[in-house]
Design a protein around this ligand. Structure first.
Ligand code: SAM
Length: 210
């Protein structure tokens, strides 16, 4: 899987389909990020969330892990004037070893888990759990299909289906359907502390804690 091919196009494609809503949902728990002294960002992509975080006054130590060299380069160039010491790491999260001295207060994963199958997510969550301490919050933003039968559910399913086909063709993601992220986190004993939604529940951002 590599997002290199679409890295430069990611922002405009997103704004054509969702306007500013994905960025709004990424930033919906900004106050929790701003209270953190150490932040680990998983698959943060082209750096727009990171820039918003820094522009909001974040002074935490930040590690960004992404498996796309081009995404990391975009994020680096977007945030180079911040003067902040951000550690960009080119690695798959499955292979990454967090420095033992880095205890994340917040782990952020925006539109990251939807790249994987549910089995892969359980493995990744196992890794993440080993990095969590009592105070660590896991902030996850992603799509969610409304439960009840309705036109909204139908439209959400069609849109997700199109996105998965697009990403499978251009980035070779392993997800074949939208993973039930909330269910997987609950299975791994995470508790949901807060949830924010947009577009009638299609876009969600949760704060989880072990
Ligand atoms: C769908 S994009 C999301 C980007 C950004 N977080 C956002 O909110 O739009 C998924 C990101 O995860 C990265 N990624 C995919 N698989 C990964 C892996 N195994 N380890 C680390 N990063 C990965 C991709 O390179 C890409 O930047």
């Amino acid at each position: 899987m590599s997002f290199d091919r679409i890295a430069r196009h990611y922002e405009w494609i997103e704004s054509v389909v969702f306007g500013a809503d994905l960025q709004r949902i990424r930033c919906s728990h900004m106050e929790t990020f701003l209270r953190a002294e150490s932040i680990l960002l998983l698959g943060d992509g082209d750096g727009r969330f990171l820039k918003a975080l820094l522009d909001s006054g974040c002074s935490a130590q930040i590690i960004c892990v992404d498996s796309s060299q081009r995404m990391l380069k975009l994020a680096e160039s977007l945030t180079k004037d911040s003067g902040q010491n951000i550690h960009f790491v080119f690695s798959k999260i499955q292979d990454y070893h967090l420095p033992p001295s880095f205890i994340p207060d917040v782990i952020g994963a925006h539109f990251f888990f939807d790249c994987f199958s549910e089995d892969e997510i359980l493995v990744i969550l196992g890794r993440i759990s080993s990095w969590c301490r009592k105070q660590t919050k896991l902030i996850v933003s992603d799509f969610s299909i409304p439960e009840e039968q309705s036109l909204r559910r139908f439209i959400a399913k069609v849109l997700v289906w199109k996105m998965i086909i697009f990403f499978r063709i251009f980035t070779d993601i392993s997800a074949r359907k939208l993973p039930k992220i909330g269910k997987l986190l609950s299975k791994m004993r995470y508790k949901c502390l807060k949830k924010v939604t947009l577009r009638d529940g299609f876009l969600c951002s949760w704060i989880w804690q072990l």
